[in-house]
Design a protein around this ligand. Structure first.
Ligand SMILES: [Cu+2]
Length: 128
C-alpha cells in the first residue's frame, strides 16, 4: 500500500516536471530563405514551428524585433524592421534595409496562443 502511494507520488512529480519543461523552448523560428540580396527594401521571413510536432504556428504576436550585424562583429549596425504581409499565416515577414553584405541576425520575440512564456528566436540571414 505504502509502496503504491509512493509510486503514484513519483509519477505525479514526473508529470509536473514535464509540464514545467514545456514552454518557450518548444518553439523555433527558422528562416524561410537564409540568403537575401543586399539592399534597401529587402524582405526577411521566418517561419515559427512547434518543435515536437513540426507544426507551423500561426497568429503569433511579434512583441520585439531587431536586426543587426552582430554575427560579423558589428552590433551597432542596426536596421529598422517593418512588418509586411506574408503568404502563409505561420510566416512572419519584415521589410528592412541590409546595406552591407554579410551576416545579419534577426532577434525576435513573440507571444504564442496557449504559451505563457515569450518565445524568442535568433535567425541569421546572409546578405549577398
Ligand atoms: Cu556591417
Amino acid at each position: 500500500m505504502m509502496r503504491k502511494i509512493l509510486l503514484a507520488g513519483v509519477a505525479i512529480a514526473i508529470a509536473v516536471a514535464r509540464t514545467a519543461l514545456a514552454g518557450a523552448n518548444d518553439y523555433a523560428f527558422e528562416p524561410v530563405r537564409a540568403e537575401v540580396k543586399k539592399g534597401d527594401g529587402v524582405v526577411v521571413s521566418v517561419r515559427l514551428k512547434h518543435k515536437a510536432t513540426g507544426k507551423s504556428v500561426s497568429e503569433a504576436i511579434i512583441v520585439q524585433k531587431r536586426i543587426d550585424m552582430s554575427p560579423d562583429a558589428m552590433d551597432e549596425m542596426v536596421s529598422p524592421l517593418t512588418p509586411v504581409q506574408s503568404n502563409e499565416p505561420s510566416v512572419y515577414s519584415f521589410k528592412t534595409d541590409l546595406s552591407m553584405t554579410g551576416r545579419w541576425l534577426l532577434s525576435i520575440a513573440a507571444k504564442v496562443q496557449g504559451e505563457p512564456e515569450t518565445v524568442v528566436g535568433k535567425v541569421t540571414f546572409q546578405a549577398r
